[in-house]
Design a protein around this ligand. Sequence first.
Ligand SMILES: Cc1cc2nc3c(=O)[nH]c(=O)nc-3n(C[C@H](O)[C@H](O)[C@H](O)COP(=O)(O)O)c2cc1C
Length: 307
Amino acid sequence: MSTPPSTPGYSPVDKVLNAAARQSETPDFAVVREALNRARRAPSVWNRQPWQWRYDGARLHLFADPERMSGVVDPDSRLLLVSCGTALHHGVIAMKGLGWESTVSRFPVPGNHLLVASIQLSRSVSGDGDELAMFLALDSRRTETRPLASLGPLSPVPRQLARFAEQRGVALTVLDDQGVDAIASAARLPTRSARLSNWGLEPDFADVCVLTTAEDTPESWLHAGEALSAVLLFATSMNVATCPVVDVEERAVISREAGRCGGRPHHQNRVASEPRYAQAVVRLGLRRFPVLRRSHRRNVRDVLQYR
Ligand SMILES: Cc1cc2nc3c(=O)[nH]c(=O)nc-3n(C[C@H](O)[C@H](O)[C@H](O)COP(=O)(O)O)c2cc1C
């Protein structure tokens, strides 16, 4: 990773930050703080929340914070940037919910993967029902690790979720039973037979899907995180429980199974037919237990700086 966010002087990062000050109509800091207060519910690997926001009065900037990943095995910073992707998408959705449209520049300083995104905010002129649904789901989404009931083969939900992923060049593929068994050890999931018998006190009928990208670059990891966020939030809005599993070993096995299952009806699209890199596994299903309590998050004043 290159230049840290605090580099003094008129660096390329400063140029991006300062260029924004000329915008005329921008949200008050209180609006941004309220949005990020909601967006801080973004999920992250091991709940590390490895990001920092800065609002300069005109643009909102998202920085990766690798120090918060200490102890996590993440040699190429993939998990760091997938997590930042969920934060970015949560931030955009929260701003939209409060009436502000985001124009996002990802990695605006070439070669610097610590400045993840700079967001130009403008007044929102139109509503979007899907984004509103995601906004309303920000607070209620949880990672559900307990056994789930199946959505059933006729459920339209996977197809709808795939649509949100594809908007970011990310394919969502639902695995068949053979695929679930093949990735079980790589994704640290129980096999189909174990899921139906002795995993916990209840059998598990969760559907398992894989998010894949065409490349394996910092840009695709960020997109994968954004897509993951959209999938989790929209599923929540449909009353579907989710559990992301991103800290996966043996990604080649998962990529292969996603490729093999990619021809199923609701994945007949251009992006799904190309060679893919697995970025995340998500368990999906109907909740069978009372909703979990909210997990801990940092206070908004600790994740957002002004100027
Ligand atoms: C990039 C990423 C990786 C994750 N990996 C796992 C995982 O391997 N296993 C798991 O149980 N949860 C995983 N999670 C879920 C997080 O542990 C969870 O989001 C976090 O603890 C906060 O809880 P919440 O999602 O209920 O708010 C992951 C989430 C993200 C976004």
